[in-house]
Design a protein around this ligand. Structure first.
Ligand code: ZN
Length: 355
């Protein structure tokens, strides 16, 4: 396989006729059949954008969901989404979220239809994102189990059922989004890795986890200012993930304060290197993307390095996100050419496998 396969964290902006731009949880602007058709059209558009940019492993841009966590939760039994409760998410910001009122269960497939449609539109490798168990627990009010671990285990079972259907629909990579892994490091150790592995067990496809510092929204940007000059949240989690059955791990690198040597803690894993800053409207140049990839290549071999975005791009303007996709692919292409010409960042005499 060509090294430096590009991919994205997951979400992309929605067209302005489908949902209000630059807004999380933006309400749909269509209804009924028009909404269903609009979502499919939007999926076609984001696929087109990714393919035209030259992204290798593409997603549906989460065009069929209002939010990466709550849209999945709202499809479950045992969750009351009519009477929402305000909770503090990741100790950072308040949001109105659904409430667990009884045993949780999956009434029906949630995204399998979307995945089948997506598969029919492209021959590219497909990634589908699902929320991770801990992040799901952290994005609702639990009035039933009263135990984050117990609820996470129930969600892991449900996620595994859902993921199996996505794989059957032709999805190549299932990615669980666990931004909560950067906040509750003790819980990650105590039960977070185990519930993640339970969600990903026996899927028969590539499995991934995305751990980030969040969308480029004010609450997250303010939080990041409190984290000091070096962000070492990954330091306790990566060795645990290195010992887990998860195949790929993503991290933020572009414009972040994450010391890149922490990548070295992910020995044996594929690493999705965030080379696009999603908290800025400034579009990276291909050379800037290439510089991030080269820096990461000191700690992971190119065939295990997947240039990626730092996080989802749903809050960005569409044209900015499109330009960032093109920069990501162009930056990766620059470094690929260097590798082919034997001019890797480690010097002309070092073979790729030794980096
Ligand atoms: Zn993210």
């Amino acid at each position: 396989m060509t090294p430096l396969q590009t991919t994205i964290a997951g979400s992309l902006p929605k067209p302005a006729w489908l949902a209000t731009p630059k807004q999380l949880w933006a309400p749909w602007l269509l209804e009924g059949d028009a909404l269903a058709e609009g979502k499919r059209d939007a999926v076609r558009l984001v696929l087109d954008d990714q393919e035209a940019a030259g992204i290798d492993i593409v997603t549906d841009g989460e065009q069929t969901r209002r939010h990466f966590v709550t849209t999945f939760i709202e499809a479950l039994e045992g969750v009351d989404f009519m009477n929402k409760k305000t909770v503090r998410i990741r100790n950072r910001y308040d949001a109105d979220v659904p409430m667990v009122v009884g045993p949780v269960a999956r009434r029906h497939a949630v995204f399998a239809g979307d995945a089948k449609f997506l598969r029919a539109q492209t021959t590219k490798r497909l990634k589908f994102t699902l929320p991770g168990p801990m992040t799901m627990v952290d994005t609702l009010y639990d009035g039933h189990y009263k135990s984050r671990e117990k609820l996470a285990r129930e969600f892991a079972t449900i996620l595994n059922q859902e993921a199996r259907e996505l794989v059957a629909a032709g999805i190549d990579v299932i990615q669980f989004d666990e931004p909560a892994f950067n906040v509750y490091m003790d819980e990650v150790r105590d039960w977070g890795i185990a519930t993640l592995e339970k969600a990903a067990a026996g899927l028969g496809c590539t499995t991934a986890v995305h751990i980030c510092y969040g969308y480029g929204i004010k609450a997250n940007n303010d939080w990041k200012k409190t984290l000091g000059s070096e962000w070492r949240q990954y330091e306790s989690t990566f060795p645990l993930l290195a010992g887990s059955k998860i195949d790929q791990v993503s991290l933020e690198c572009a414009n972040s304060h994450v010391p890149l040597e922490l990548i070295g803690l992910l020995k044996g894993k594929d690493v999705m290197v965030g080379a696009i800053d999603v908290a800025s409207d400034v579009v990276e140049t291909p050379e800037q993307v290439a510089a991030t990839i080269r820096a990461a290549m000191k700690f992971v071999a190119p065939e295990k390095l997947y240039p990626c975005t730092n996080c989802g791009m749903v809050p960005l303007a569409r044209e900015v996100a499109s330009a960032k996709l093109r920069a990501l692919a162009a930056g990766a292409a620059l470094v690929r050419r260097e590798l082919q010409q034997g001019r890797g960042p480690a010097g002309p005499h070092q073979r790729i496998g030794e980096i």
